[in-house]
Design a protein around this ligand. Sequence first.
Ligand code: GAL
Length: 419
Amino acid sequence: MLLKKSTLLSVLLVVALMFGLSFSAVAQDGEVEIFSWWTGGGEEEGLNALIELFNEQYPDVEVINATVAGGAGSNAKAVLKTRMVGGNPPDSFQVHGGAELVDTYVETGMMQPITGLLEEWGVKDKFNQQILEMSSYEGEYYSIPVNVHRSNAMFYNKSVLEENGVEPPTDLDSFVDALAELDEAGVVPLALGDTNKWPAGQIFETLLVATLGPDGYNGLWNGSTAADDPAVREALVYFDKIMEYVNDDHSALTWQDATQIMQEGEAGFNIMGDWAEGYLKQLGWTPGEEFGWMPVPGSEGTFIVVTDTFGLPKGAPNPENAKKWLKTIASVEGQDTFNPIKGSIPARLDADESKYDAYLTSAMEDFASDTLSPSIVHGSAAPEGFITAMNDTINEFITTGDVDQAFESFQANHEEYVQ
Ligand code: GAL
């Protein structure tokens, strides 16, 4: 009898252990798969901080952090599209507000509207409305902006400039002069890493703003500026001049490599979206101490917007958990956890400014007073077909230096994909 009792107890113990194990192995409320391309320095840390916050808020939901490396989604976007079209969506995914979201996924009927959630959580009015509108289509919202990045940002190594007696430039011509001075001094003037093509396209979009002005640039997307405007050609001429001063190995490097060579003192300037600021901080730098910043010369007064958003795909395997994720990123706490690390500013207007460093508070000020323009390269201004074609044109232009050919090709791309 005694023996039987102990046998029974052991069996019960084993069963309890098995249950215990299975309970701890599978989160009680299931999982949520979040898809992004945030694997680089600053990006990964920002995302991890957000996931940590989510884990605190929803300890019973397991986050599957599905990332595909490659800046600006150079690899992730294709993987995502295949999954979406193949009926295998993640629960939520990183997507730029504007054309990238609307043309690719909303118009094609692959997303669920989330207007009701924004209302239920009382957050609709808390966002910058111009940014939120980039996620809207026919009166409904389809994603939540977690941040606002600036594409027309330029960073510089303060000691490299000081040692070579170079002043931060004030316009495009003084920029070209500053590049020439650094070149004379034997320093790489401008760090570029365009193995994924888009960083060169991004420099070009900032020059388009500089030569066309914000209204002229915005007009390229609303029909009021023609693609053969002489200012487009002028942007190409400046681009050509500036490319004389980039590192020789630019086509073998990523954006992080380029930022890093500036940080290591091999180069003076780096034109990059302000995710580079997140990266520089990860590399141990403090804004204003080791590095300075300014809008790309000639583009002051315009804030070229890059906004990362998350939505709810139709057929998401865990829609309730996806909504929890969206609620976290829509909250002030979520935005203030992510953005100070990521190098972006919050899309909400009621964030706690004390959490943001000197660079980010200056970006917040510019954002509040500048004209906002959508980025081409980061998905907001024009459809994917145009971005690919323009990046190809610009990369070919770097090799040929043929301004007229690039100008014609820009016009042909615009006619094919935008008009
Ligand atoms: C942008 C994205 C940023 C940053 C950058 C580099 O497209 O909006 O959040 O990740 O690419 O990867």
